[in-house]
Each structure stands twice: as C-alpha cells, then as structure tokens.
Design a protein around this ligand. Structure first.
Ligand code: ATP
Length: 316
C-alpha cells in the first residue's frame, strides 16, 4: 500500500564508556551514534526489508550526515528529512549508573531536531504512506504532533493503518498537552505497543485483563505488550493471546530495545507474517539490539535475526 512512515526527532547519542562514570570530569566517550526513537524504529523497519520513511530534521553538519547516511544504508527513504542550515543536529549525552538507570544531557530545544513541519516533501510522502507509526515523544513536540494529527486521517482514508508506542517517559507527563494527545492516539490506533504501565494507563484501569478488553472495545485490533527481559505478548481481538519468551542475552546497552521491537513487529506484520512469527522476530530484534553498544547499532537484517534466533536460547 505504501511505506511505513515515522515522524519525529533525529539526533546523535554520545555515551560515557564506563558504567557509573558521571559527566563532571573528562573521561572516555563513545559515539556519535545515530539515534532518536523514531530513527531507531525506522532503521529497524528498513533493515528488515520493509518500505520505510522518516519525517524529521537534521543540521547541515557531520552529525546530520551520519544520520542520513545510516538511514539511507538501511534502505530508509530520507526525502522528507529537512536539512536546516542554521541549527545543529540534535544530540544526547548518556551515562549509565551502576544500577542500570540512565541520565541524559539533551540538546534538542536549540537544535534542528524539531525544526520540521508539513512541507511539500512531507505532504508528498504522507499522501502515499501505507502505515503511520507514532512515538510517545511526538506527543510533547509541537512540530511532530502537527504532522501526525494531519497524517492520521489521511493514511486511514486511503486504507492504511496506524500504530502507537506510548513510550511515556516521566518528563513527558509534565507537559499538559501530552495526556489528551495520548488518549487521542489510543482511540485512533490499530496496533498499540505498550509496556505494562502504559497498557493500564491507556485503558484507564488497574487490571490487565480489563485493560485489554477495554482497548478492544475502543477499536484497537492488536496490542503487542512489551515485558522487557520477560518477553512479550500479543493480544488480537477475537483470538487467544500469543506469548513469546525473551531470548537469553548479555545486556550491554538497553537503549532502543522497544523501538527495534516495534520496528520489527510492524514490518513483519506488514510483510504478511502471522502474529507468532512476527513476535519472534520482534523479540529477537529487541534482544539483539541490547547486546551492542549504541542505540541502533544492533538493529538486525532478516539474515542477522535468523542467525540470532537459531543461535540464542530463550528463557524458560
Ligand atoms: P525502551 O523504552 O528502553 O526502548 P521498552 O520498555 O519500550 O524499551 P522493552 O520491554 O524493554 O521495551 O523491550 C522490548 C522487547 O525487547 C522485550 O519485549 C524483549 O522481547 C526484548 N528485550 C528487551 N530487553 C531485553 C533483555 N535484556 N533480554 C532479552 N530481551 C530483551
């Protein structure tokens, strides 16, 4: 029907090499890595051979070029990525605490990351989109939301579908626009990809079973529930739930697991796979990505994920 399109921030990530180290003194850093949740998602779609495109903005600098080159190598259509001559590409510096938690120093507000909107290239791309994937970060980003709010009815009117990964970080909830937009996306999506907390929040209940039923009543067809190292479960209206255990891996960098999971699940379903097979690839994509440092450096091709699945044990 047309490409899977995602809309939102593109940035580079630079990581403190030593877990536990802070940013208060000079220390080894690794990166820059191409990043931003929408970029990670769409990179995974492209790597799996799906038709994929991204709407966003980078600066006219090496960090922007790094992202554009990487996405193009992954087979992603970059025609609707603006290059802003006046602002630098967005960046995030990340350090890992010893308990695995992350701290970020972002440069987004004064960067190119949000400097896009509905221009000719965006309109042309969305007029032929077959699927729109919405990330929670877009709910707090006026430029992304403007494009998404206009794109959802357009994509649906031509028979396309919409998926939504709430990815609701605590900071997002300080913005009063976020919760109404969150509810609007829950009501409009065909596929929801929540974590456990987000599932309950989407349905406005504290019971998982009631939440799934309530979301089906809203018209959602499929819910792919992400359960971290416990794997994932897909609930499809009118069918028994399908669960997949996580793969046993040594986690080196947790960033991007959910985005790769989503990119793989959406792409595999759009390529015609059944739920169980798509879920296996999605779990493999999430697990493989955490074994490699860098937010999307572990996103796998079909052949890489096949090899990973064949070689990796799953949790009991
Ligand atoms: P994030 O926001 O950090 O990208 P998320 O909360 O959206 O992640 P997770 O549930 O952490 O998503 O990860 C998505 C999927 O990736 C999981 O359902 C699981 O299949 C796989 N995965 C993630 N972390 C691990 C891990 N440590 N070991 C094995 N599989 C993992």
């Amino acid at each position: 029907l047309g490409p899977t399109v995602c809309v939102g921030e593109i940035l580079v990530e630079i990581v403190a090499a030593t877990p536990g180290a802070g940013f208060l003194e000079a220390q080894p850093l690794v990166g820059p890595f191409a990043s931003g949740a929408p970029a990670i998602f769409i990179s995974q779609c492209g790597r799996l051979g799906g038709s994929a495109a991204l709407v966003g903005c980078v600066g006219a600098d090496d960090f922007g070029r790094l992202n554009l080159d990487r996405l193009a190598r992954d087979g992603v259509d970059t025609s609707a990525i603006r290059i802003d001559p006046d602002y630098p590409t967005g960046s995030a510096f990340v350090r890992y605490r010893l308990d695995g938690e992350r701290d970020f120093v972002f440069n987004l507000a004064t960067s190119a990351a949000a400097r896009f909107g509905w221009d000719d290239a965006t309109g042309a791309l969305l007029a032929r989109a077959g699927h729109l994937h919405v990330m929670g970060t877009a709910l707090a980003m006026a430029s992304a939301w403007e494009v998404i709010d206009r794109a959802v009815p357009l994509v649906k009117a031509r028979g396309g579908s919409v998926s939504f990964d709430p990815n609701l970080r605590k900071e997002l909830l300080n913005d009063p626009e976020v919760l109404p937009r969150f509810s609007r996306m829950v009501a409009q999506c065909d596929l929801l990809l929540p974590s456990g907390d987000e599932l309950l929040m989407a349905a406005g209940t504290d019971s998982g079973d009631r939440a799934v039923a309530a979301l089906f009543d809203l018209g959602i067809g499929e819910i792919a529930l992400k359960q971290g190292a416990a794997g994932a479960t897909v609930y499809a209206a009118g069918a028994a739930p399908v669960s997949a255990p996580a793969f046993c891996v040594q986690e080196l960098d947790p960033t991007g697991a959910g985005d790769c999971f989503g990119g793989a699940y959406v792409t595999c379903r759009r390529l015609g796979m059944g739920i169980a097979e798509a879920l296996t690839y999605a779990c493999a994509a999430g697990a493989r990505n955490v074994t490699v440092r860098g937010p999307m450096e572990g996103a796998g091709t079909r052949a890489e994920l096949d090899a990973f699945i064949a070689a990796t044990e799953r949790r009991a």
